[in-house]
Design a protein around this ligand. Structure first.
Ligand code: UD1
Length: 363
């Protein structure tokens, strides 16, 4: 039986790989490695419990650090595990430091790498995630792309078409599997909000949490919260950046700790709209039928913007206020909601089938 090692370590990777893990365990000797990039209960363990995932076989316990330090710890701690377990393929997902380090470590040992969510590009090299994606796609053997745009991006960078498989996005599978279960969540009662009558806010991207950008964003969101109920799911990076920049949380904003997966699905499903700079949540909102106003100037998940379901409103005080006031008008929101979103399930099965294909033809 072939051996596959999956390396993960952050909240979005746990969610997006969750529908693949049972399929991998059925078909391969499967070894799960957790980098420890995320370690707080609400950023990590809660998802393993809710998504019914097996405990990791190995934990690298790298914790938080600068990019160089964190990546170095991952490389040096993962290498002996890959040497000992001798996998036929290493699977990583997305654009985090964990994914990049997992892929790089494997590629240097001549172990084929499968990259899920390959080909996403923001064309903004200031983002650490953009660099991670580019590196990963150029060292991976199997490029599992989510959509045509991702496939085009890979071809434009000269990557060979035979390495690319367009499989779709596994976020959709995770939402479909858990949506029903999430209806039992009591999060609306716990936060004392009424279905359809509040906005959910998340904000954590490194380019949005700088001293140049964050104060203006919080000012705009505080002002908007005078007009709408806003529930802010506060990421630890953003909480730390607000402390560093000396920004007070506006009293109009309702703040919550990061939530578990099922509570998040329920809260987003029942929201009037989502304000976010997250990638995973854009797709989750798309699958749940909730429009998203994206707090960025570009997105790697273009298909929902192109379909007219989500809109980009930028990350300055002025652009957020203007965009939100325009798109939160009832008629504008109704148009976003009515846009037919091209949501396709089954990416997880297609991705695992592509891995089987490659493993059977390579070895
Ligand atoms: C990482 C990913 C980002 C992804 C995000 C999801 C990279 C380069 N970025 O960003 O693409 O969207 O995960 O959350 O890999 N912290 C905690 N507890 C934790 C983890 C982090 O308190 O469990 C705090 C620490 O202060 C840490 C900061 O959050 O320094 C940032 O964490 P880090 O993992 O470096 O990056 P994220 O912002 O989470």
């Amino acid at each position: 039986m072939k051996t596959v090692v999956t390396v993960l370590g952050t909240r979005p990777e746990i969610i997006k790989l969750s529908p693949l893990i049972p399929l991998l365990r059925d078909r391969f000797r499967h070894i799960l490695v957790h980098s420890g990039q995320h370690y707080s209960f609400e950023m990590d363990a809660v998802f393993f419990a809710e998504l019914g995932l097996p405990a990791p076989d190995y934990t690298l316990a790298v914790g938080s650090a600068s990019h160089g330090e964190q990546t170095a710890r991952m490389l040096s701690r993962l290498e002996p595990i890959l040497l000992a377990t001798r996998p036929d393929m290493v699977l990583v997902q997305g654009d985090t430091n964990t994914a990049m380090a997992g892929g790089l470590c494997a590629a240097k040992l001549n172990i084929p790498v499968a990259h899920l969510e390959s080909g996403g590009r923001s064309f903004n090299r200031q983002m650490p995630e953009e660099l991670n994606r580019i590196i990963l796609d150029h060292i991976a053997t199997l490029l599992l792309a989510a959509d045509e745009t991702a496939e085009r991006n890979l071809l434009a960078e000269g990557l060979p078409p035979e390495r690319i498989r367009m499989v779709g996005s596994s976020v959709i599978d995770a939402v479909e599997r858990n949506r029903q279960h999430a209806r039992r969540s009591t999060i609306l009662q716990r936060l004392e909000v009424t279905a359809g009558d509040y906005l959910v806010l998340t904000l954590h991207r490194s380019e949005n949490t700088t001293p140049d950008v964050l104060p203006g964003m919080i000012r705009a969101l505080g002002e908007l919260a005078e007009e709408h109920t806003i529930v802010f799911l506060l990421h630890p990076r953003t909480a730390a950046a607000m402390r560093t920049c000396g920004i007070e949380m506006p009293r109009s904003i309702r703040v919550s700790e990061p939530l578990g997966y099922l509570d998040t699905l329920r809260l987003v499903e029942q929201a009037r709209a989502l304000l976010t700079d997250s990638g995973g949540l854009q797709e989750e909102a798309g699958a749940l039928g909730t429009p998203a106003l994206i707090l960025r100037n570009e997105t790697e998940w273009r298909y929902l913007v192109d379909a007219g379901r989500h809109v980009l409103i930028g990350n300055t005080c002025e652009s957020i206020l203007a965009g939100a006031r325009q798109w939160l008008q009832p008629e504008a929101l109704a148009r976003l909601r009515a846009a037919p979103a091209p949501i396709r399930s089954g990416a997880s099965e297609r991705a695992v089938a592509a891995m089987i294909d490659v493993l059977e033809s390579v070895i």
